[in-house]
Write a protein that binds this ligand. Structure first.
Ligand SMILES: [Mg+2]
Ligand SMILES: [Zn+2]
Length: 214
């Protein structure tokens, strides 16, 4: 693939960003869209950018539910969005946990956010250019994962977002990682700051579309 054929994406956290944060998503009945989510994803679809979900689901490692259940949640999520004319180009999840859970999931993986593995895997599969992409989420782990993949981070105030915004103290200003450092874990503790804080996913996407066309 030549460089110019790789597409920009909006990477989306799931819980607290697209659907309401309700603790572990362990029952389908708990799945409820954030009110503006479908409209926001429709805007991404219309923009020509890809809409790709990247989500930590350590409930699998913890034995709260299995991967088949996560797939069922994602089938339901796609149905709920499709009913409102919105489409997801990909969904990637991390089932692991570094210190808790069942053996095959008990590992320090490269995909549990704040690691960038889910974004990098999606970029390889879907021919995306992370350097022209954005990561939207409600926690600083989302922002860090995005930055470590090369994407610009937008924090939303839904879910845990208001607490995350409050946690942003006097950290080092890093919109994105310098070239050549992608995917490597930082030895020093750096706060990866979002380039923008938005009320919700719709406001985030509207900001991104303006950022694309200054
Ligand atoms: Mg979240
Ligand atoms: Zn993982």
């Amino acid at each position: 693939m030549r460089e110019e054929q790789r597409q920009a994406a909006v990477f989306l956290d799931r819980d607290g960003t697209i659907n309401e944060e309700t603790g572990y998503m362990d029952r389908l009945e708990k799945l409820k869209l954030v009110p503006v989510a479908a409209e926001a994803i429709r805007l991404i679809n219309a923009s020509g950018m890809k809409a790709v979900v990247v989500t930590n689901q350590s409930g699998v490692a913890r034995g709260l539910f299995d991967e088949a259940f996560v797939d069922a949640v994602h089938t339901r999520l796609r149905e709920m969005l499709r009913a409102e004319g919105a489409f997801l180009d990909g969904i990637y999840f991390c089932p692991h946990h570094p210190t808790e859970g069942r053996e095959r999931y008990l590992m320090t993986c490269d995909c549990r956010k704040p690691a960038p593995g889910l974004l990098l895997r999606a970029a390889a599969d879907l021919h995306l250019d992370p350097d022209r992409s954005y990561m939207v989420g409600d926690t600083l782990k989302d922002i860090e994962a995005g930055a470590r993949a090369g994407a610009r981070g937008v924090l939303v105030r839904t879910g845990y977002g208001s607490e995350s915004a409050a946690d942003l103290g006097s950290g080092v200003e890093t919109g994105r990682m310098p070239p050549g450092e992608k995917g490597q874990s930082s030895k020093v503790s750096v706060i990866f700051r979002p380039v923008h804080i938005a009320e919700d996913l719709l406001a985030a996407v509207q900001w991104i579309l303006r950022d694309l066309r200054p």
